[in-house]
Write a protein that binds this ligand. Structure first.
Ligand code: HEC
Ligand code: HEC
Length: 314
């Protein structure tokens, strides 16, 4: 009988290649839609055409009542209500605006002030014509050129914020995501970092406040946004970045808003999630390098040893 082994090998190789190059990518593509990042440019939002003046912008921000809902700690303005009461009024605690000018894209901020549901990409939930108003009240102008007024307000927010390159991972996460998402591994709750309490009673009182906050948030969002401790592992960086850039691309109809972070702030958000869920990543990379060095040295010795053993036999 002829040797059948080459034929069997060919059949196995053929089906392995078909599975690897055709079936697997197809199945993967169906299960996980691939979404390309647009580089956080927000091309659908109109460009700012006016040059803003920060001093005028300060007056406007005060008169427009932003501080009636938001704290602006950098300008010495505390929160008008605590997080739980804010969430009872607005569904979610409006974030502090001290560093908004650095965290968010300028075009996004301008559009947000004019039409929150549009910038946040939640017009499917908030249709003003049907009386579904977004809890952040739109700015209708102070009687002058509204685009100039908004450019001034954005310039003011940028003037009180840290420099864009000074945005830290905690700052980015807490401002852009922290009002909706807990991160248990970092002790982060939607109402802030849970302190270490001396008395258990105080810890429980804090937990109850978190639950009250979550009740309002659930009613606002339709469901409780998930704890993000392990998301950097269960979903990858690409998924999270493209989700934040435009949640509708991944989850059509979702209540999660587009928060309008800059590309740099997004990198910082990812860094925060890596620090929470993938603490050993630097160690892992370092060990990988050492293992490669070990293998190379070992291979050299193995080669020399083999040569020595065979030398006498030839
Ligand atoms: C106003 C509330 C809100 C904010 C702010 C917010 N999210 Fe979400 N997020 C949600 C809700 C609600 C869901 C659940 C979405 C769904 O299932 O439709 C969600 C889901 C997610 C998911 C899980 C998606 C999935 O497929 O399982 C990730 C990851 C996420 N958000 C990341 C972020 C990050 C990172 C930020 C900050 C840059 C952020 N979110 C800001 C409300 C929010
Ligand atoms: C009536 C209350 C209210 C007023 C007034 C208000 N906001 Fe807000 N703002 C909110 C709420 C509520 C949210 C959170 C919405 C959400 O997450 O769905 C928010 C969110 C924001 C955000 C974060 C957006 C993001 O993408 O994460 C910024 C920045 C902001 N507001 C700026 C302003 C500025 C500037 C003004 C004044 C022109 C202002 N707000 C006036 C209630 C208000």
């Amino acid at each position: 009988m002829k040797n059948k082994e080459p034929l069997i090998l060919a059949v196995v190789v053929f089906f392995t290649l078909v599975t690897y190059y055709l079936v697997e990518p197809f199945a993967h593509g169906v299960m996980h839609k691939h979404v390309e990042s647009e580089g956080f440019v927000y091309a659908d939002l109109p460009a700012i055409t006016k040059t803003g003046d920060a001093a005028t912008g300060k007056e406007l921000v005060m008169n427009a009542g932003c501080a009636g809902c938001h704290s602006i700690k950098a300008a010495g303005m505390p929160a008008p209500m605590d997080a739980v009461m804010s969430a009872q009024s607005y569904g979610v605690n409006p974030p502090d605006l001290s560093n908004a000018g650095a965290l968010y894209d300028a075009k996004f901020l301008a559009d947000l002030i004019k039409n929150p549901a549009h910038a946040l990409n939640v017009e499917h939930k908030f249709d003003a014509e049907k009386g579904q108003m977004h809890p952040m009240v739109a700015f209708y102008g102070m009687g002058g050129d509204i685009d100039q007024e908004i450019a001034d307000m954005v310039a003011y927010l940028q003037s009180i914020a840290v420099k864009p390159e000074e945005v830290t991972s905690t700052m980015a996460f807490e401002n852009a995501c922290g009002r909706c998402h807990a991160v248990g591994y970092e002790n982060w709750t939607q109402i802030g970092e849970k302190p270490k309490f001396k008395h258990e009673k105080d810890g429980l009182a804090f937990d109850i406040k978190v639950m009250e906050y979550q009740d309002s948030l659930k009613a606002y969002m339709g469901k409780l946004p998930p704890d993000l401790s392990m998301y950097i592992r269960s979903r990858n960086e690409h998924f999270i970045s493209t989700l934040v850039e435009n949640p509708q691309n991944h989850l059509a109809g979702t209540a999660m808003p587009r928060v309008g972070v800059t590309a740099h702030s997004m990198e910082k958000v990812i860094e925060y999630l890596e620090d929470a869920g993938d603490t050993k990543r630097h160690e892992r990379a370092a060990i990988g390098k050492n293992v490669m060095i070990y293998i190379v040295i070992f291979a050299i010795f193995a080669l020399l040893w083999k040569k020595q053993v065979w030398r006498d036999l030839h």
